[in-house]
Design a protein around this ligand. Structure first.
Ligand code: UT7
Length: 332
């Protein structure tokens, strides 16, 4: 049987930085409030002519370079995004594939909001284990600034732009295989986090009426409470189902939504500070990109080593959630 191994990581952040002080000039907020309630100090914002596919392509190039896998051998590209280049089609994954010059691939996007990276990891794993694909490029990429209302202080203070990518490939060595991935969803909470306009469920009569209103809306406080509850339960389950104690986890890499959520879940799992990866302060919440961006940070700091066990967990619109137990298994 083929197993799926996590080979490499890469990430990209756009140049422009939007600080809390900048936001305080735009909406009724302050650096003190944002820092205390979220842990975020700044986030990156893509240029006007820089699209989600550009962010994803830049991250993917790094992941491919670090993988030791010939790009011609990549047979599938999956992009998780809620801010695709184009409404409906073509998918951002096909655009990234073109920009990378990849041929002979299957390519598509999925929409699972901030849980997107865990979802595409599970899809890559399933395709590889079934024998249908061998080398899958997965990308979480977001230009959230394109769907953020910068007059709404409840959302604009947390979101940022960026991308992360990883190469998942087939192996016969079970030691280096992804151990488990959990994914879940509950549509009864759909109204907590939405872009209510722009689709066939919109209350607007025509697309032209809503061109300027395809923004994210969030019931932040309710989302916060469900996030802590659901994540804690899900992560405890994946650990116990696999007979793994939390102190065997080298790096706990949660979705970077809000430092208080990360801290609450980390504490519930009795994680030590050095196990928990926190990058929300410098990138904000980049939805599907946040986990691979955080992973890339520890890779570039030399902290992520071959064989290290990573525990991923995420939560987002839908509602969706997921977790994964992943040894880092580079080829080179
Ligand atoms: O990534 C996917 C899932 N998303 C999340 O997990 C996000 C989860 N939610 C959050 O991170 C937090 O709920 C927020 C950061 C969005 C909001 O923080 P909060 O602590 O839940 O604030 P709140 O909405 O309960 O509001 C508390 C107070 C209110 O004032 P009053 O009614 O107590 O006078 C708000 O009006 O803070 C006020 N407030 C703000 N004040 C300054 C809300 N937003 C701001 C702001 N600046 N930006």
């Amino acid at each position: 049987m083929a197993y799926a191994a996590f080979r490499s990581i890469g990430a990209y952040v756009p140049e422009k930085i939007l600080t809390n002080e900048d936001l305080a000039k735009m909406v009724d907020t302050s650096d003190e409030w944002i820092t205390k309630r979220t842990g975020i100090k700044e986030r990156h914002i893509a240029a006007e002519n820089e699209f989600t596919s550009d962010l994803g392509t830049n991250a993917a190039k790094i992941a491919i370079d670090r993988s030791g896998i010939n790009p011609d051998e990549i047979d599938m590209v999956i992009c998780a995004t809620i801010s695709p280049d184009y409404f409906c089609m073509p998918s951002t994954a096909t655009i990234v594939s073109k920009k990378l010059g990849l041929k002979n691939i299957t390519a598509f996007d999925i929409s699972a909001a901030c849980t997107g990276f865990v979802y595409i990891l599970s899809i890559a794993k399933a395709f590889i284990e079934s024998g249908m694909k061998k080398n899958v490029l997965i990308i979480g990429a977001e230009k959230l600034s394109s769907i953020t209302d910068y007059t709404d202080r409840g959302t604009c203070i947390i979101f940022g732009d960026g991308a992360g990518a990883a190469l998942i490939s087939a192996t016969e060595n079970k030691e280096e295989a992804i151990i488990d991935v959990h994914t879940g969803a509950d549509g009864t909470y759909a109204d907590l986090l939405m872009t209510p306009n722009g689709g066939s469920g919109s209350e607007h009569d025509s697309l032209s009426e809503e061109v300027n209103s395809c923004f994210m809306q969030m019931k932040g406080n309710e989302t916060f409470k469900v996030a802590v509850r659901t994540l804690t339960k899900d992560v405890k389950e994946i650990l116990s189902e696999n007979n793994i104690e939390s102190d065997s986890v080298k790096h706990f890499i949660p979705h970077q939504a809000n430092y208080r959520i990360i801290k609450a879940v980390g504490d519930a799992l009795k994680m030590k500070d050095e196990q928990v990866v926190v990058t929300v302060g410098k990138y904000g919440n980049t939805s599907s990109a946040s986990i691979p961006m955080a992973m890339n940070d520890i890779y570039e700091n030399g902290k992520l080593q071959k064989g290290d066990l990573m525990l991923l967990d995420a939560f987002g619109g839908g509602l969706t959630w997921g977790s994964a137990l992943v040894p880092f298994s580079p080829l080179v």
